[in-house]
Structure formats: structure tokens, C-alpha cells
Design a protein around this ligand. Sequence first.
Ligand code: FPP
Length: 253
Amino acid sequence: MVSVARSPGDQQLPKHVAIIMDGNGRWAEMRGIPRVEGHRRGANVVNDVVKAAHELGVECLSLYAFSSENWSRPKSEVRALMALLSWLLPKQLEQMMAQGVRLSTLGDLSQLPLRTQKVLHQAINKTQNNQGLHLVLCLNYGGQQEILAAAKELALQTLISNDPQSFLAQTHLETFRAMMWRNELPVVDLLIRTGGEYRISNFHLWDAAYAELYFDAVLWPDYQAEHLIAALKEYSNRERRFGLISAQVAPHE
Ligand code: FPP
């Protein structure tokens, strides 16, 4: 296990680390090569980061691999990203099995090419009983779309309930979250974005309410275990107050 230095007031490792893997295109453009090469290099980095997260003891790692809005990119880039996924997953399967990684997805898979869906379902089924890191690939995912889907589910459940008024009165934040695609995921503790930009880009909007945000200038294809360790160290020194004041959350002597 890689050690993350501790200091007074440190908290546990984040249970759920989410990463916006940004900068593939710029990485390639800076080298005068096609953007797709940046994605290819970025896909290889995923392997190393999964391994590092596993060794660091992170419970859940979610990666923003394709947003609901990414469909509007040039067709050739979308095709290349889908092909990369289909190529990467079978290649990673052996490592995932060896490390006990369990794969799942977040987002609407039904619009993905059938070949990509098939490869994903095979990997999800094969790794379903693994007990190690939970790796969540966010594909055709959008935070606004996820909240809208939950709102529709709430409306539907309200309509068919015997007592709509009390059903709604009994719907709290937790019960609403349970209607979301993320219902089986731990709440995001640490949200990292690479590539030097300061946006959430429709990722994990619900959990972003109190996630710690960490922006790293490094472009995703250059991301290494040391960058993840730096983010975890910074997280361990943050005070998470969830709207309270410091005296209420500070550990007692
Ligand atoms: C953002 O970089 C990255 C993406 C839209 C795709 C992320 C995909 C990968 C890392 C590779 C495939 C991943 C898996 C899990 C198979 P950008 O293209 O927006 O970069 P830019 O901001 O420099 O243009």
C-alpha cells in the first residue's frame, strides 16, 4: 500500500475519487499529432491510475470517459473514443481480475455502439464478484440528465402512490438520491479535474454539492500516480464542514 503522509486533523482517504480526465486533445495538438492519439495515450494512463488507486486503498474510482455532450464532437473522434473503449476493456480485464477490480458504469449505455455495449457487459459480468477497487466508467453521462431522470422517477412514483401528498412529504434528499443512477455508489468525496481548467462540466452534479474539488494543471496523458498521491495528500488536509463551523467538525482531544 502506498503511504499518504498524515498530519494533525487528517481525515481518512476519500472513499470515492472522481476524475475528469481532461487535456487529451491539447496534449496531442501540442505535438502536432491527431487528437485521437491523445485519447489513445490517455486510455493507457487509465490503466496506471486504476492500479495506483487500488494500491492507495481508494474504494471507488469514477472516470469521466464520455459525457452526454461529447456526442457533438466530430464523428471521427466519437468513433475513435468508442473503438478505444472496446479495445481497452478486454486488454485491461486480466489486470482487473488480478487486482480484484469491480467494474460498473454510470450513464445511459443504450446509445453506445452495440460492440462497445457488449464488451462493457462482458467486463461488468466477469468482474462482478471482485472485492477490490470499484471502478466506475462514466459513459454517455451527464449530471443534469441524471437529476432529470430521477425527477421523472419521483413524478412517476408519486402518480402511482395511494397518498401522493404524504409520499412527497416523505421524500428527502437521501430518498431522492436513491432514485438516481448513482444509488449504489458512495458519495463523491474528492473530484479531480486535470488539464488546467476550472469547471465541473456536468459531472456528478448531485454529489458535487460537498465534494472537495482539486484542479491539476497536468494534461491527462501525462497524469501519473504521483499526481493522484498529491491530490490525496491535499484532501487529507482539508476540513470538510458540510455547512457547519470548524468547532463542530474538529476532532475532539
Ligand atoms: C477530455 O479531453 C477527454 C475526453 C472527452 C475523453 C476521455 C477519454 C479517455 C481518457 C480515453 C478513453 C478512456 C477510457 C476509459 C477507455 P479533451 O479531448 O476535451 O481534451 P482538450 O480539452 O485538451 O481538448
